[in-house]
Design a protein around this ligand. Structure first.
Ligand SMILES: *Cc1c(COP(=O)(O)O)cnc(C)c1O
Length: 494
């Protein structure tokens, strides 16, 4: 066995991994990468079908991002943001605010009712990962609410069933993944949850299963929006209206790649606003173009939509980004917010209105340099074209999967897709978690040279933006073969 593999097995404890299973086999040790390809220490190549856990945007070892990091490295790697500013972080804050406001104000659906200036994002708080980006939003929303509604108020948060917002205690409290709540329940603070718009498994959806995305053939009366409305009304009657609604816009990731029907986010946002609550958008996975370029309508060319909220012309009060911020090269995160939130923390020193929060690596220069290069790449015509192509290539390739009886639902939101495996598509009967259906299919895909990780029984395809048509087909072909091998499909008639 390779030395790194031996040392790993001796000492490394892997995240979200049953280590007894891990120790049963020899791990793949990644040595290098280029574009959408990862190469292990034995020279074997794999396609990075989940963009290294949803982080990578432009591919590995991109010359522009590598050069930006190297250039910054010749100046300095890190100096503290406590008491000091630095060049790349200041510029990055400016660029982030610019793209976040531009994308929203140039959106093509009817504009928000509120005055534009109130909805502008103005300030950036840097941190290190998605979880901390959410912790920052949470603490800011909490304190902002106490300062505007009175120090006696008890700010309460509402989020979606199945929501995942990270693994620190505040982020787990905001989320609603039952497994984690079972494990850490005693350490968490209470939050409320409301049904997510999960059309495929929605109790209000009266449509019989079809061979198509459940969002497209659903039969319902938007009961999921009604449930949010009810939640807000009930909470208002308790004389403690919600402080904030927290949401992964357009598609919930770790919940199982649950894509929302068009119009849901808009309707829910209107509810949130009408109750005077804040909107916290967790775009840790969806940010930076992941949810796709907007469909070219009425002969207009594709529009670049870098944030999921902008697909529905929604501007949140908090925009949390991480994973793809640096192009997936370095750990860095940011929480963008409004002038109003910022102003609530201003005061005389001895009033102690300061935002008491920070991390050693806040505003790190290497991360900021990589992020600037990544943003620059995203704003090129080439990237827009590339993303448009990947979106349609993915859509075309995924269509072949409807031939497999174990494919229940295929949910694509731009450049990310979840394929939900079931025992039989006609009944939607789910596999038990202990059957490890998703894990086994992904293990089979790895044997065919394609790496990804499932969430439960949902197979995730979230390729880097540089992924070619041939590579997309190879990913879907490996999935087809993987499903065939695991479930012993002979020929798979519909
Ligand atoms: C990954 C993720 C997080 C947590 O980010 P980390 O960088 O892993 O802490 C939070 N929210 C969403 C939607 C995510 O996908």
């Amino acid at each position: 066995m390779n030395t790194s593999a031996q040392l790993d097995r001796a000492h490394v404890w892997h995240p979200f991994t049953q280590m007894r299973d891990w120790l049963r086999s020899e791990p793949v040790v990644i040595a290098s990468g280029k574009g959408a390809v990862l190469r292990d220490v034995n020279g074997r190549e794999y396609l990075d079908a989940n963009a290294s856990i949803w982080t990578n945007l432009h591919g590995h070892r991109h010359p522009k991002i590598n050069a930006a990091i190297t250039r910054q490295l010749r100046k300095i790697a890190h100096s503290s943001a406590l008491g000091l500013a630095n060049e790349p972080a200041s510029l990055l804050a400016h660029k982030l605010i610019t793209v976040a406001n531009q994308g929203w104000s140039s959106a093509f659906r009817p504009p928000e009712k509120r005055r534009k200036s109130e909805r502008q994002l103005a300030k950036v708080f840097f941190s290190d990962d998605g979880s901390t980006a959410l912790e920052v939003a949470l603490k800011l929303a909490y304190e902002f609410t106490r300062r505007t509604r009175g120090a006696k108020s008890k700010p309460r948060f509402l989020s979606l069933a199945g929501a995942y917002h990270g693994d620190t205690i505040g982020a787990v409290s905001l989320g609603h993944v039952d497994l984690y709540h079972k494990a850490y329940g005693g350490m968490l603070f209470p939050t409320d949850k409301v049904m997510a718009p999960y059309c495929y498994r929605c109790p209000f959806n009266r449509a019989k299963p079809e061979r198509g995305d459940a969002r497209d053939y659903r039969k319902c009366g938007w009961e999921c929006v009604g449930q949010v409305a009810r939640r807000f009304s009930v909470q208002k009657k308790k004389s403690n209206p919600y402080a904030a609604f927290v949401v992964e816009p357009v598609i919930q990731g770790a919940a199982g790649m649950i894509a929302q029907p068009v119009g849901w986010l808009r309707q829910v946002t209107d509810l949130v606003r009408s109750h005077g609550a804040l909107l916290i958008a967790d775009e840790v996975m969806t940010g930076f173009g992941r949810t796709g370029v907007a469909a070219a309508t009425s002969g207009k060319r594709s529009e670049d939509v870098l944030f999921a909220t902008h697909h529905e012309n929604v501007q949140p009060d908090f925009l949390c980004v991480a994973k793809g911020l640096t192009g997936g090269y370095l750990p860095m995160a940011a929480t963008l917010t409004t002038q109003a939130v910022f102003d609530a923390f201003l005061g005389k020193y001895e009033e102690f209105k300061t935002f008491f929060h920070g991390h050693s690596f806040t505003g790190n220069q290497l991360g900021a340099a990589a992020s600037l290069a990544s943003l620059e790449l995203l704003q090129t015509e080439k990237s827009l074209r590339q993303r448009g192509q990947l979106q349609s290539n993915l859509q075309a390739a995924l269509a072949s999967l409807w031939n497999l009886p174990q494919v229940g639902d295929i949910r694509q939101a731009g450049l990310v897709a979840g394929i939900e495996l079931v025992k039989d598509w006609r009944t939607r009967e789910p596999f038990a978690l202990r059957d490890r259906a998703g894990i086994r299919v992904c293990e089979a895909m790895a044997r065919h040279g394609v790496l990804t990780r499932p969430v439960g029984n949902v197979i995730v395809l979230i390729p880097p933006y540089c992924t070619t048509k041939t590579q997309v087909h190879k990913m879907v072909e490996a999935l087809t073969q993987g499903i065939g091998e695991v479930f012993g499909n002979k020929k798979a008639p519909v």
